[in-house]
Design a protein around this ligand. Structure first.
Ligand code: FUB
Length: 328
């Protein structure tokens, strides 16, 4: 009698253990899903406006640091950050290489930027607020290493708001992107509302000719130049909130033919700011969203990476933004 009571007790215990395990199963499925998420690529800081270069088998990614407190809805950006990766999955953070305070003539705002390598020197074109000329300006810093430290290469702004008059806004001279063409000629593209470009001298720190404009439909900001095969691509933030659209040309000087939307509005962020690179034979689309729970948003953004694919005619397929990001 005592034995059968014990047996019944053991059976009841086994049934209860099984049902507890079954109840846990959906949770472990969720945990399993979340463990596969590689986007955003950086989760201990808010990062935005990423630009990337490939150098010596590594990718160096430069980003602005979104530092706005949780209850502030405007940009608070006091430094740029640099990360490196050998596989686009694991990212190593390096010491802060550059701040707006490194430019004596600037008063703050570490807005969008891009680094380019020329003759083993790394030139970093940045957007900052100018200290004495009203509006945003573009400066250039230089280093012997992709991770810095960087110092002001010119001692003054390369582009100031009073050099351009296509719009009356004070933030139309932002978001530099640089391209060095096959013949060695470098070009600076930038702008908000109107896309502008100019040739750079061989020293990379002076303009070499007039500032010209490119007519692109619904151009907001964030131009990015890249090349694949013999096609040049000019992608940019389109409308606001921003999607990313692009145009193609057979020459860096244009004419540019509009090709349509490349990426949709990115989750919980009114900006999207893309960079496009090829690394170890694969193409990548780098952008930001506002997806970090629970305070992520337009002023607390996060850099993400997804694959980019081309059609046979050279046009790009619409990007699919994912939580999983890069898996291999
Ligand atoms: O991060 C500040 C500004 O927001 C950038 O310069 C723009 O491209 C937009 O992302």
């Amino acid at each position: 009698m005592k034995n059968s009571f014990l047996i019944i007790l053991l059976i009841l215990l086994a049934i209860s253990c099984k049902s507890t395990r079954q109840a846990k199963d959906p949770l472990s499925k969720v945990e399993e899903e979340i463990s596969k998420f590689n986007n955003p690529i950086i989760t201990d800081k808010y990062t935005a406006d990423a630009a990337a270069i490939v150098y010596n088998d590594k990718v160096y990614l430069y980003a602005g640091h979104d530092q706005a407190p949780d209850d502030v809805n405007s940009y608070r950006m006091h430094e740029w950050l640099v990360y490196s990766s050998s596989d686009m999955i694991h990212w190593k953070e390096h010491p802060v290489p550059l701040k707006p305070t490194d430019f004596k003539w600037a008063s703050g705002s570490a807005w969008a930027s891009q680094v380019i390598e020329k003759n083993e020197k790394f030139y970093w074109y940045v957007t900052v607020e100018h200290g004495s000329i009203h509006g945003k300006a573009i400066g250039v810093a230089v280093s012997d290493s992709p991770t810095g430290p960087f110092t002001d290469a010119l001692g003054k702004a390369l582009i100031t708001n009073d050099m351009t008059n296509q719009t009356k806004i004070s933030w139309d001279d932002i978001d530099p992107t640089v391209w060095i063409d096959n013949d060695g000629q470098a070009y600076l593209f930038w702008g908000n509302t109107v896309c502008k470009y100019a040739r750079l001298k061989d020293n990379m720190i002076e303009l070499d000719g007039p500032i010209m404009t490119i007519d692109l439909p619904n151009f907001t900001e964030a131009p990015w130049i890249h090349k694949k095969g013999d096609w040049y691509y000019l992608s940019y933030a389109f409308q606001f909130p921003e999607k990313i659209a692009y145009a193609m040309s057979k020459s860096i000087k244009g004419p540019w033919e509009f090709k349509g939307i490349l990426n949709e509005v990115a989750g919980n962020s009114n900006t999207n700011h893309q960079a496009i690179i090829e690394f170890k034979g694969k193409d990548y689309f780098i952008y930001h969203n506002g997806s970090i729970p629970t305070h992520g948003g337009s002023f607390r953004r996060s850099v993400c990476v997804d694959r980019l694919y081309y059609n046979e005619d050279g046009t790009m397929k619409r990007v699919i933004m994912t939580s999983e990001g890069i898996q291999e």
